[in-house]
Design a protein around this ligand. Structure first.
Ligand code: PEP
Ligand code: MG
Length: 747
């Protein structure tokens, strides 16, 4: 790059700044800008195309093409050369445009006389805003320098668009971040919520993209980079000897922070007239544009690292960010690309809802959100770019829908829905202390599932008769090392204190498959759900399980204790796990610790094989808990994490219901109490059918207890059973239609 091009670029940016600062409507500014750019680039044409909607680009201003075409010429994403620039977020440089593949002739523009074409994307942090084009009569290829120069200009336009510089009469561009947006994401935790957006990582707003003094900007950039390097080094030494994965990420950060290429590009941007923060953002934008096109997961991760690092740098340069960030608004709805379980726990129940751009059904954050019963929508594309702090939001976790800045009709409809749910909740409060007794006289025990201390207050509010499943893995998942025995014992003691004598069933550590401990070497397994997990890990590496057994025994401190083992597939496994636990009981006895006044050891029935175990198994187990989430995935061979098949098979399929009935009968024969603790227990119609085929105990999310009890108290189980039997006899695949019909007709 010659000094001359630098000076020219800076001069153009200076003129742009003046044009943008001048009074006038958005359209006037755009017109002036196209004129300035054409003049500076020495081309006959300069045009700005902006997105009208997600797929349509509109010619919004031009110097050199027919003025009548402005606001008339439209192209779809991918259509013509302009559409191609937008689709691939890459420049197109064509000396002989009309003969270029994909060229689309727009007669109203009069562009046929122009031979060469250069188009660059106008984009900001992965958000496509439009395309900036220059054209000239002379058939020539634009130089690398010219492309770069035009990209710098496009960057400034993107920043100005973000700040609303082009809004006004003739509305070249609708105001950014003001329109309602609906995003269809994925369901991770049900529930509806209304509140205000709170960005976990707030967007940094660059208010000053054009520099006055490039030397000063270069110094600012170097200062910020130095600060960043030192802080990454500090983080690295703090993590020394710690979590390997975390170290790897930090090493990648260090690599980028010291990357000469990255630094050189930003310095070049500054030499051409951008401020330090605009230079960082320009490189960040092009990295984001690449992100979408990189198929390799490893490389994508590295680009994310670069993105995170750029955000840090922007915060250093602008003083905006986490510390200087917005206060948590009232009814906050957390918006993030992704979030770790520990960070989520820090926000805790203050949040009304969570929307993630990524996330997955089985991620730790999802587990925490479920435990806290906070509605969560995942895979909400572009939410972190669309939402601003404080934006009005309504989310529907049941359907995975996010309404950002909803209009009045949506607000009204949504509030109706929330009111209906609130009314239903009131009804549930009135039956909270009543038993779940059916019209035919059976009494069903309803307990709640938990996994955090924070869940326990729900015992009172929901009317649960105890904790039917306490998932113990969360304490292991949210730390970066194995928790200590003393810590766990104290927690288990507090859980029992909070239960105030109501029974709590602790499930021993269930890890592997979707629940990967951050400090455990991940196994590269072809089918993790069928792999080395749960009790299999516990028996093969008994150290942690023994420690947990000791913690449970000490936590109980003489009170009755109930424990169960996850994923028991055959009698032998149960015998081995039980023997291991009992050895710890003996050990505690010899050490002189007080033992539980009563100890019950049960098994989770999560594999079809266990339903057919010898009668002696059912005799030995003190109780059985059906882990329906896993049992169903193994029964139908349909991955519970896979969106394509997750909902393919109905829980009320006659075969699955038959299996549940078979288990209930076998437990009955052995006199062993049995309960169902998978998610389906919390769905009223499913719960009713489980009760109808013989289950007398169900454990579910606290919020489900009211609705389940409400339906059970109005139902005649014997009649429901007849409906199920008829459906079966008539060869139906699922009993659902028949049961629904029966319920609708007053059953
Ligand atoms: C189940 O599988 O149904 C269960 C309750 O356990 P988890 O969901 O924790 O695997
Ligand atoms: Mg399970």
């Amino acid at each position: 790059m010659t000094e001359q091009t630098e000076t020219r670029s800076r001069k153009l940016l200076g003129r742009l700044r003046d044009a943008l600062a001048a009074e006038g409507a958005g359209q006037e500014r755009l017109d002036r800008i196209t004129h300035l750019i054409a003049d500076s680039m020495r081309t006959e044409v300069c045009s700005i195309y902006l997105f009208r909607d997600e797929d349509t680009l509109e010619l919004c201003a031009t110097q050199g093409l027919n003025a009548e075409a402005v606001h008339k010429t439209r192209l779809r994403l991918g259509e013509g050369l302009v559409g191609r620039v937008a689709r691939f977020s890459r420049p197109v440089n064509a000396p002989d445009a009309p003969s270029e593949k994909g060229f689309r002739y727009m007669p109203e523009t009069g562009e046929e006389v122009f031979s060469s074409f250069l188009g660059v994307p106008i984009q900001r942090l992965g958000e496509r805003l439009g395309v900036l084009v220059v054209q000239s009569r002379e058939a020539r290829e634009f130089s690398g320098d010219e492309i770069y120069g035009l990209e710098v200009v496009a960057m400034v336009l993107a920043e100005m668009a973000e700040l609303g510089a082009f809004i006004g009469e003739g509305a070249a561009l609708s105001a950014p971040h003001q329109q309602p947006v609906v995003i269809n994401g994925g369901v991770a935790q049900e529930g509806v919520a209304e509140g205000r957006a709170y960005l976990h990582e707030p967007r940094v707003i660059v208010t000053r993209p054009i520099a006055e003094d490039p030397h000063l900007e270069a110094r600012r950039l170097r200062g910020a980079i130095n600060f960043l390097r030192v802080s990454v080094d500090d983080m690295l030494s703090a993590e020394e000897g710690g979590d390997k994965e975390q170290l790897q990420v930090l090493e990648a950060y260090r690599m980028f922070a010291n990357s000469k290429g990255w630094m050189r590009r930003m310095e070049e941007d500054i030499a051409r007239g951008l401020t330090a923060e605009a230079a960082v953002e320009k490189e960040q934008s092009s990295a984001r544009a690449r992100l979408g096109q990189v198929p390799d997961a490893y490389l994508r991760e590295r680009l994310y690292d670069l993105d995170d690092l750029s955000n840090r740098l922007l915060r250093i340069l602008t003083g905006q960010g986490a510390d200087a960030g917005a206060e948590l608004p009232e009814n906050p709805i957390l918006v993030a690309r992704n979030i770790g379980p520990a960070e989520l726990l820090e926000y805790g129940r203050k949040l009304k809802g969570i929307v993630l751009e990524e996330g997955s059904v089985g991620s730790h954050a999802t587990i925490v959100a479920r435990a806290l019963a906070i509605p969560l929508v995942i895979h909400a594309a572009r939410i972190t770019t669309e939402a601003l702090n404080g934006d009005h939001m309504m989310i529907d976790g049941e359907q995975g829908i996010v309404h950002l800045r909803p209009d009045d009709t949506v607000v009204a409809a949504f509030r109706d829905k929330m009111a209906m749910q609130a009314k239903a909740q009131e009804r549930y409060v009135s039956i909270r202390d009543k038993p779940a007794e059916t019209l035919s006289g059976e009494v069903i025990t309803l307990k709640m599932n938990a996994g955090l201390m924070a869940d326990l207050p729900s015992l009172e509010g929901s009317g649960a008769e105890g904790v039917g499943l306490f998932r113990t893995e969360l304490q292991f998942l949210i730390r970066n090392k194995v928790p200590r025995r003393g810590e766990l014992a104290a927690l288990y003691a507090r859980v029992m204190d909070a239960a105030k004598g109501r029974p709590v069933i602790f499930r021993t550590l269930d890890i592997g498959s979707d629940k990967v401990l951050p400090y455990m070497k991940p196994q590269d397994e072809p089918n993790p759900a069928l792999g080395w997990r749960a009790i299999r890990v516990g028996l093969d590496k008994p150290g942690v399980m023994r420690m947990q057994a000791q913690a449970l025994l000490r936590g109980a401190g003489g009170r009755p204790l109930a424990v169960m083992f996850p994923m028991i597939a055959q009698f032998e496994e149960f015998k081995a796990a039980r023997a291991l636990f009992l050895r710890e009981v003996e050990r505690e006895r010899t050490l002189g610790h007080v033992l539980p006044e009563r100890l019950e050891i049960g098994a989770m029935l999560e594999t079809p094989s266990l339903a057919f175990a010898p009668a002696q198994f059912f005799g030995m187990a003190d109780f059985i808990s059906i882990g329906g989430n896993d049992l169903k995935q193994f029964f139908f061979a349909a991955d519970r994490e896979n969106e394509l098949v997750r909902k393919r098979y109905d829980t009320l399929n006659v075969s699955f219901l038959g299996l549940v009935e078979h288990i209930a009968r076998r437990c009955d024969e052995a006199g062993t109490p049995v309960s169902f603790c998978g998610e389906d227990a919390g769905r009223p119609v499913e719960a009713l059918c489980f009760a109808a085929v013989g289950l007398r105990s169900l454990s579910m999310r606290p919020a489900s207890i009211g609705p389940v009890k409400h339906l059970l108290r109005q139902s005649d189980l014997r009649a429901a059973r007849r409906v199920i039997e008829e459906a079966r006899a008539s060869g139906r695949q699922s009993v659902r239609p028949a049961i629904m019909e029966w319920l609708r007709s007053g059953g």
